[in-house]
Every structure is written in C-alpha cells, then in structure tokens.
Design a protein around this ligand. Structure first.
Ligand code: FMN
Length: 359
C-alpha cells in the first residue's frame, strides 16, 4: 500500500495525497497597467494541467504582497482586487480537480526588481519597469545587484501590514492554504540571517531580534487566516556558509517557535541568501534538513529538491523523513507525474472523467 497516496489532513483541510507542487515563478504577468500582477491564460493553463494530473496540492508561485516585493516586474501580486478576481479562476479549477490550492506570499527584499531569468535575470531600473529595492541592511546580494535602501521602522511596519492584507485577499481568492516565503534570500530570509542583517535596532543582532520580523509577519497572517485553514512557512534551512550564516540548528530552534505561532507545516528548502557558495546538489539533497526538523520538533515538514522518482518519493514519506514531497522541475516536465507514480506504486489518484480512457 503506497504511503505517498494516503490523504493528509492539517486543521480542517484534507489533501488527497502527498505529491505536491512547490511555488515556481512563471514571470508571465503584465508589469504595468490595470492587470499588473494578475494571473492570465499562461498561469491558468500551467496550474490547471498539474491539477488535472493528480497533484494533491499546488502552491502557486511567489506572489508579491506589494509592487516593490516582486522579484521581477512580471511576477504575480496580490495587492489589489483585480488580482483576487483573476486568481479565483485558478482556485476554482484546482478545487474542481480535488487539488488543494495554496499560494506563496512573498516580498523579494534586496533581490527585487530583476529581469526575467530567460532574459538574463539582471537587476533592472525604472527604464525597464524596475524600482529601487529595500532590505534590512544596505548590503547588496552580490556585485551585480544595487545597494538596497535600509528599511525604516515605519516601512517594516508597513510591510507587515501588506502581508496581512495579502492574506485577507488570498482567502477571498479561494486559497485553502497560504505559505509565507521565508527562504531563498528574499526579505524575510534577509532579516533572519546575520549575513544580510547588520541592523543594530530591535530587528538585528541577536537571534531573537533577527527572527522578530518573521514572527510579526506570521502573527499578522495567522490573525487573518481562519483557524480551520493551515499556514505553511518556507525556510532555507542552511545558507551553505561556513560561518556567520543561518544554520540548521537555527532552523530546528525556529521550527518549534513557528509551530507555537500557528504555522502548520515547514517547507524545507536551502540557500539563496549568500552568493557564490557551493551547494552539494544531488537526488533528495535537501531531505535530511526536513527530516531533522521532523525528528526534533513537533513541526510537520515537506521535502523538496531533486525528488523525481516514484520509489524515491515513496521512501521519503514512508520512512517518515517528510510528511509530503514537493516536485518542482519534474512537474514542469511531466504535469501528470502523480498519475504515473500512482500507477507505479499502486496508489489511487484523481483522474478527470474526460481522461478515463487513458487510465
Ligand atoms: C522556474 C522556477 C521558479 C521557482 N520559483 C520559486 C518561487 O516562486 N518560490 C520559491 O520558494 N521557490 C521557487 N523555486 C524553487 C522551487 O520551488 C524548488 O524548491 C526547486 O526547484 C527545487 O525543487 P526541484 O528540484 O524539484 O525542482 C523555483 C524553481 C524553478 C525551477
């Protein structure tokens, strides 16, 4: 009996299986105008195909809480009601396929305002729909990036409010789960790490001060997000730095605190905040970080990173290394991965009536 295809319940939401899609930016929204940041035809087709393919839960890509919080001018956003209406079309379809719709709420901090990756990904200014990024400290990500503005206390308060408003809108858009993006060197991660946070006020210095902004965001979002719906947090469990970085020990400590603040599952990734580090990638290379959190804290976890094979995914869940797996690039290659894996492992998965002859 496959464990991968057992349902999983958090709060009052039951996810039909443990094959989930992680957030993956499509950089395909309008950069300006009335539809700026709103999902369009590409997003609908992209998410719809993975839902029809039997994916249990889809985390819609990094969706900015404000225009300045976008990684690129082409990112999705959830700061106005036009965007909410456009997201409804996607959440409605996902629910019709039995897929749980989730959304990653994000602010890109010092890594904001860049060109789309397939155009080189370089930082862009106002002449290419860009803006000046802001961060905990005036330290650029690397020599290519501009020096960001150091956020004032007022701006920090304002961004916490933007996360709160984004959560309210995500709920109105029909999402069942919200994920706070605390990973990959974006704003929340920048506050957590002593590598990027050199503040001397209440938001920098000690571990308690560096985690303050993240917990304020979590508390604000949790207040908006109904008690019967789960909240996820994505973390970079390590920065892959030898010293002066956020560490796996910090992650374990923080996981317990996040759990106490109402986070229901930690989505465990790594890296993205320090440039030029060597990351030893390979099949399932981030799974041990997730497994450690699950073993040492009350926090449920999802594992991500080069999980591509049905047996591999089954083992991760069956061995108790993670409660679920997220498949990114593999789901880009094969939208029906869950259906194929279910057949291989003897599990049950939703198949659209229209495709019954393909079972
Ligand atoms: C095209 C693309 C876009 C991505 N966008 C995001 C994102 O919006 N938010 C995020 O947290 N991670 C993002 N990621 C990282 C993925 O969620 C995932 O963690 C990573 O691809 C590793 O998993 P994989 O080996 O299964 O692809 C992105 C990855 C890809 C390939």
């Amino acid at each position: 009996m496959s464990t991968l295809f057992q349902p999983y319940t958090l709060r009052d939401v039951t996810i039909p299986n443990r094959v989930w899609m992680p957030p993956m930016c499509q950089y395909s929204a309008a950069p300006e105008g009335p539809a700026a940041g709103a999902p369009g035809d590409w997003h609908f087709a992209h998410y719809a195909a993975r839902a029809a393919g039997g994916t249990g839960l889809i985390v819609v890509e990094a969706t900015a809480v404000s225009p300045e919080g976008r990684i690129s001018p082409y990112d999705l956003g959830i700061w106005n009601d036009t965007q909410v209406e456009a997201f409804r079309r996607i959440t409605r379809f996902l629910v019709s396929q039995g897929t749980v719709p989730a959304v990653q709420l994000a602010h890109a901090g010092r890594k904001a305002s860049t060109e789309r990756p397939w155009k080189g990904g370089a930082p862009v200014g106002p002449d290419a729909h860009g803006w000046r990024p802001a961060a905990p400290s005036a330290i650029p990500f690397d020599e290519r990036h501009p020096v960001p503005d150091e956020l004032s206390l007022d701006r920090i308060r304002e961004i916490v409010g933007q996360f709160r408003a984004a959560a309210r809108r995500a709920l109105a858009a029909g999402f069942e789960i919200a994920e706070i993006h605390g990973a990959h060197g974006y704003l929340i991660n920048e506050f957590l790490s002593p590598h990027s946070n050199h503040r001397t006020d209440a938001y920098g210095g000690s571990y308690e001060n560096r985690t303050r902004f993240a917990l304020e965001v979590v508390d604000a979002v949790r207040e908006e997000w109904p008690d019967d719906k789960p909240l996820f947090f994505r973390i970079s469990a390590t920065e892959w730095l030898e010293e002066h970085g956020w560490t796996p020990d910090d992650t374990v400590r923080f996981a317990s605190e996040l759990h106490a603040h109402g986070i229901d599952l930690l989505d465990v990734s790594t890296g993205g905040n320090a440039s030029g580090v060597r990351i030893p990638t390979g099949p399932g290379y981030q799974v041990p970080f997730a497994a450690r959190v699950r073993a040492e804290t009350p926090m449920p976890v999802a594992a991500v990173g080069l999980i591509t094979d049905a047996e591999q995914a089954e083992k991760i869940v069956a061995n108790g290394e993670a409660d679920a797996v997220l498949l990114g690039r593999e789901l880009l290659r094969n939208p029906s991965w869950a259906r194929h894996a279910a057949r291989e492992l003897g599990g049950e998965v939703h198949v659209p009536d229209q495709y019954h002859r393909s079972v």
